[in-house]
Design a protein around this ligand. Structure first.
Ligand SMILES: N[C@@H](CCC(=O)N[C@@H](CS)C(=O)NCC(=O)O)C(=O)O
Length: 211
């Protein structure tokens, strides 16, 4: 398999963790999201993913999957062990709620496109951009902190989709210096996950395209 990825992309980080947890080997194809205006906009990459975003996962048969949560669901369906969701339907909904809070509510507001728009089109300075970035993470993390169960992982003793989404979002928070003191459970879950080789190998700094 080929994973179109960028070391700093938290959506690609989710896919990398999922691939590692399932023990699926893959080759990384780096798509630099800022160099020369963004390599995601090249005609070559547009044929891979018309949405011009990472991640995209190319299967051995040539099919291309996009959207990190769809990629993770695919991996969970095709490689059932270890499962990313609990067996109980209510628990599954709770795990998904954490994942969706990150992937649908926090991340889109802090993505490359909106940040560029705030800077270039609205003419805001870096302080305003940082305040925006912090705001959406803090609001989302308040809820997630309340939803987390006793650890070591987000929903107990097994890693779930919630952890796969949470660790990359914490990495983004740290990169932008969001204060995390108010979120001891999130910080503990992050540390527990990063102690696992599947998470550690997926870290931005451990990618072949890391700068
Ligand atoms: N909802 C998508 C988000 C993908 C996404 O927006 N990826 C970012 C990097 S984290 C990207 O490629 N941004 C490029 C751009 O906005 O131009 C997913 O979960 O895969």
């Amino acid at each position: 398999m080929k994973l179109y990825s960028y070391f700093r992309s938290s959506a690609a980080y989710r896919a990398r963790i999922a691939l590692n947890l399932k023990g699926v080997s893959y080759e990384t194809v780096s798509i630099h999201l800022t160099k020369d205006g963004g390599k995601q906009f090249t005609p070559e990459y547009r044929t891979v993913n018309p949405q011009m975003r990472v991640p995209a996962l190319e299967l051995p048969g040539g099919e291309v999957l996009t959207q990190s949560l769809a990629i993770i669901d695919y991996l969970d369906e095709v490689y059932p062990e270890p499962p990313f969701l609990p067996s109980d339907a209510v628990e599954r909904a709770r795990v998904r709620a954490v994942a969706h809070t990150i992937a649908n509510d926090i991340h889109p507001l802090n993505n490359v496109g909106p940040l560029k728009y705030i800077k270039s089109t609205l003419g805001k300075d870096q302080a305003a951009i940082d305040a925006w970035y912090h705001h959406w993470i803090l609001i989302g993390f308040e809820a997630i902190e309340a939803w987390l169960r006793p650890g070591p992982y987000a929903f107990g003793s097994r890693v779930t989709l919630a952890d796969i989404c949470l660790v990359p979002q914490v990495a983004n928070a740290r990169r932008f210096k969001v204060p995390l003191e108010r979120f001891p459970k999130i910080v503990a879950v992050d540390a527990a996950c990063l102690a696992l080789p599947a998470f550690d190998k997926a870290r931005p700094e451990n990618q072949p395209d890391a700068e």
